[in-house]
Design a protein around this ligand. Structure first.
Ligand SMILES: NC(=O)c1ccc[n+]([C@@H]2O[C@H](COP(=O)([O-])OP(=O)(O)OC[C@H]3O[C@@H](n4cnc5c(N)ncnc54)[C@H](OP(=O)(O)O)[C@@H]3O)[C@@H](O)[C@H]2O)c1
Length: 277
């Protein structure tokens, strides 16, 4: 597929997989509009991206804020007249037992990873449907296929993304708009910086590079694949879970059990709730 002059909006383009996607797609001739919250990082990426694609732009935007997303989409549509491909990549992932995690953190994860993608798609879809063409690519995770220790909120956000994507696929197919989800296993990015020693870690040789994820994303766009689970070991693990769910859960529990803290967490008090007199 030819990416020349395709306008591609990538969320979370200031770092990691999103940054790599911006560079790789610009090198293939796309006009990249990227977003993120860190302006200094976006400026760095812009310099790199513009070497190959001078009309590309970077925009400061928190995808968890619907107003900011509205402003960003309006600007990109006004500047370029269209968005051919939306790549919902922005994401955060804190690791903590769910009972210990402040509810505000759970909300932040859901707002960025799930609602951020929802806001972006909701803003871009009217123009895609009107043109009868477009592609929404959602960067999910293996954690959207398999529930993992200390990642309940993150898994919740990615399972939500997968269900939403499947529904969107059916709604949009007759209208000419394609939908893809990419579910990578662990990737070498700053995303995993808060990994603790108190958790099961993936062996180094199972961790893939951001470049490898980008190759799969580009392939999924070119071949219009709905779902990509990568690398191969993760796809096999998901197939095992699908076919033998009870055995899978039993083995997973055995792996996780040594890492589970038995101490009761401090109680969380949500602000803004009212007692009953
Ligand atoms: N790394 C992994 O092991 C792994 C595995 C499977 C799936 N994934 C998924 O891949 C995606 C990219 O992750 P990564 O590994 O590249 O992580 P990363 O290196 O930490 O990059 C995350 C990107 O998301 C942006 N971002 C975070 N919150 C945002 C917000 N509220 N609004 C706008 N941008 C925001 C960050 O930019 P700012 O900080 O500038 O806002 C950054 O550009 C995520 O959706 C993640 O869930 C990662």
């Amino acid at each position: 597929m030819e990416f020349a002059n395709q306008v591609i909006l990538i969320t979370g383009a200031s770092n990691g997989i999103g940054r790599q996607l911006a560079v790789d797609l610009a090198a293939r001739g796309a006009i990249v509009a990227g977003c993120g919250r860190s302006i200094p990082r976006l400026k760095e990426v812009l310099v790199e991206v513009r070497r190959a694609s001078p009309r590309s732009a970077m925009i400061g935007c928190d995808v968890g804020d619907a107003e900011q997303v509205r402003g960003m989409m309006a600007k990109v549509l006004a500047d370029y007249g269209k968005i051919d491909i939306l790549i919902n990549n922005a994401g955060v992932g804190m690791r903590q037992p769910f009972a210990d995690m402040p509810i505000e953190t759970v909300e932040e994860i859901m707002r960025t990873n799930f609602l951020g993608a929802v806001y972006c798609a909701h803003e871009v879809l009217p123009s895609m449907i009107a043109r009868g063409t477009g592609h929404i690519v959602n960067i999910s995770s293996g954690a959207g296929k398999i529930g993992t220790l200390n990642m309940a909120a993150y898994c919740g956000s990615k399972f939500a993304m997968n269900g939403w994507s499947e529904s969107l696929y059916h709604e949009l197919k007759p209208l000419g708009v394609k939908v893809s989800i990419i579910c990578p296993g662990p990737v070498q990015t700053e995303f995993n910086r808060d990994f603790r020693d108190s958790e099961p870690k993936s062996p180094e040789k199972l961790i893939v590079t951001a470049e490898a994820v980008c190759r799969e994303v580009i392939n999924a766009i070119e071949k219009n694949k709905f779902e990509v689970i990568m690398p191969r070991w993760l796809a096999l693990l998901c197939a095992f879970k699908r076919h033998m769910p009870n055995l899978f859960r039993h083995l997973a529990q055995r792996r996780f059990d040594p890492y589970i803290s038995r101490t009761a967490p401090a109680e969380h008090r949500m602000t803004g709730t009212h007692g009953v007199d």
